[in-house]
Design a protein around this ligand. Structure first.
Ligand SMILES: C[S@@+](CC[C@H](N)C(=O)[O-])C[C@H]1O[C@@H](n2cnc3c(N)ncnc32)[C@H](O)[C@@H]1O
Ligand code: SF4
Length: 447
């Protein structure tokens, strides 16, 4: 790839899992307003919803990690947390009883490490919630697991509850990289979880890999990918390492000189992209690859692919309800995030309150821009209203000159060479970012 382009476009940029992005949420709802948005979102005849449950616990800290975690080997934290999440769920059902009738199409368990919970506690939590809901006949239930902390018996419980999708945190197989990120995970551990999941009937296995980690080299990344291909996951998330040490202090534990940057980092991505494509994977969106037999690819082909706080999903639902510390919900017209501090979250929910940290009521313009960014992230193109197209054309002129995008009237199309610059291209539609250019560092680099 052209090194001039990399130098030019490697600027701080959001990942656009929401629009407006969280730092630009401004119009927070009151509790009753938030509940009204939720009620409205599921009032249609064929309404459906998705749920996200956040389990923040991990036994050890991976130094690169940007997620909301609570690190402890003391498993006595499990029960109070399950009580708090159950209480939050009950609170929603008490306020919005119709929620228990609406079809639950998707459930995602994320973290942290959801399999930090014992099998019995996992069963307890899922039972408390799913027994009171109208679960779809073809549910899409998925979980993020850390293979070092996942037993076959965990997977058996998940299958009992209808889980068919599993995402394994792999990151990198190289021992030196693993040492620096404090994550010793053998190939055999990853293979065992993959084999167990497949033998139990999970029909989609995803691996999370990261490029840009300390001391990764072209050679080490090639090897990691070769090992990945041996296990042939159905999906691969190949994330750009987000270096945000001003938010995540543990990222200061390795020296910045060890981080591949700019052109060097982009080359690692290109190695991955080439190897994945050579081996039957298609790039379906930002950082994501899928085999053509996987549901995500099929959904991409049908033009149904959706992206939300949980990542890429096969369908769009009317509501995403996030439960647990720091969890984000989305009613389509309003965002809502829970307290990020565990003790505060538990205290508020156990007192029968909603543990709101912040939210944002979307304006008409927000919704329009959000849909456009969603189209770009799932279809590589978007058709804009003429007045908006005029503004965006102007803003993205330089990217057009560099052949990263092209226009067919008011349709903006990302070219093959433009795909790695999706975050930069989305910035052209991000009116909020342009209104209030950030005064402090908030986003990781685009490349
Ligand atoms: C919440 S973690 C759950 C995975 C599970 N706890 C594990 O470690 O196996 C989800 C994924 O986010 C990605 N991730 C975490 N921190 C990141 C960072 N700083 N930059 C890019 N990706 C990151 C990792 O690939 C990770 O597998
Ligand atoms: S990568 Fe996974 S296991 Fe490691 S700290 Fe983050 S959430 Fe926990």
């Amino acid at each position: 790839m052209d090194s001039r382009l990399i130098a030019k476009y490697d600027i701080p940029a959001p990942r656009y899992t929401s629009y407006p992005t969280v730092p630009y949420w401004s119009d927070s709802p009151t509790t009753s307003e938030w509940l009204e948005h939720v009620r409205n979102s599921i009032s249609g005849e064929n309404a459906s919803f998705a749920m996200y449950l956040h389990i923040p616990f991990c036994e050890t800290l991976c130094t690169f990690c940007g997620c909301n975690t609570s690190i402890t080997k003391n498993h006595s934290v499990e029960n109070p947390y399950i009580e708090a999440v159950t209480s939050e769920f009950n609170h929603y059902i008490a306020e919005i009883p119709e929620l228990s009738k609406v079809e639950l199409k998707e459930l995602h368990l994320g973290g942290g490490t959801p399999t930090y919970l014992s099998e019995a506690n996992l069963k307890l939590l899922l039972g408390n919630i799913l027994s009171r809901l109208n679960v779809s006949r073809h549910p899409e239930f998925s979980i993020e697991v850390n293979p070092r902390r996942t037993r076959k018996t965990h997977l058996e419980v998940l299958r009992e509850f209808g889980f068919t999708r599993i995402s394994l945190g792999v990151q990198d197989f190289d021992q030196e990289v693993q040492r620096l990120i404090n994550r010793n995970q053998t190939f055999d551990e990853t293979k065992a979880t993959t084999d167990d999941a497949r033998s139990l009937g999970f029909n989609s296995v995803n691996f999370d890999l990261i490029y840009g980690l300390p001391r990764q080299t072209k050679e080490s990344v090639r090897k990691t990918i070769a090992q990945t291909l041996e296990l042939r996951p159905d999906r691969i998330a190949f994330y750009s390492y987000a270096h945000v040490p001003w938010i995540k202090a543990a990222q200061r534990l390795f020296t910045e000189e060890d981080l591949p940057r700019g052109e060097e980092k982009r080359a690692l991505y290109e190695i991955g992209r080439e190897l994945f494509e050579k081996n039957g994977y298609a790039e379906i969106g930002m950082d994501h690859f899928a085999l053509k037999t996987d549901g995500l690819w099929k959904s991409h082909e049908r033009g149904h692919l959706h992206r939300n706080f949980m990542g890429y999903t096969e369908n769009r639902t009317d509501l995403l309800l996030g439960l647990g510390v720091s969890a984000i919900s989305d009613s389509g017209t309003c965002f809502h995030q829970n307290e990020k501090i565990l003790k505060k979250y538990e205290k508020k929910t156990m007192a029968g309150e909603f543990a709101t940290l912040r939210g944002h009521k979307l304006s008409g313009e927000d919704i329009q821009q959000r849909n456009s960014i969603l189209d770009l992230s799932t279809k590589w193109e978007v058709t804009l209203a003429p007045d908006i197209a005029e503004i965006v054309k102007n803003y993205l002129k330089v990217l057009e000159e560099d052949s990263l995008i092209r226009w067919e009237g008011v349709k903006l199309i990302i070219t093959e060479s433009g795909k790695p610059f999706l975050r930069n291209i989305c910035m052209g539609l991000d009116f909020k970012l342009r209104e209030h250019s950030p005064e402090m560092k908030v986003f990781s680099q685009a490349i």
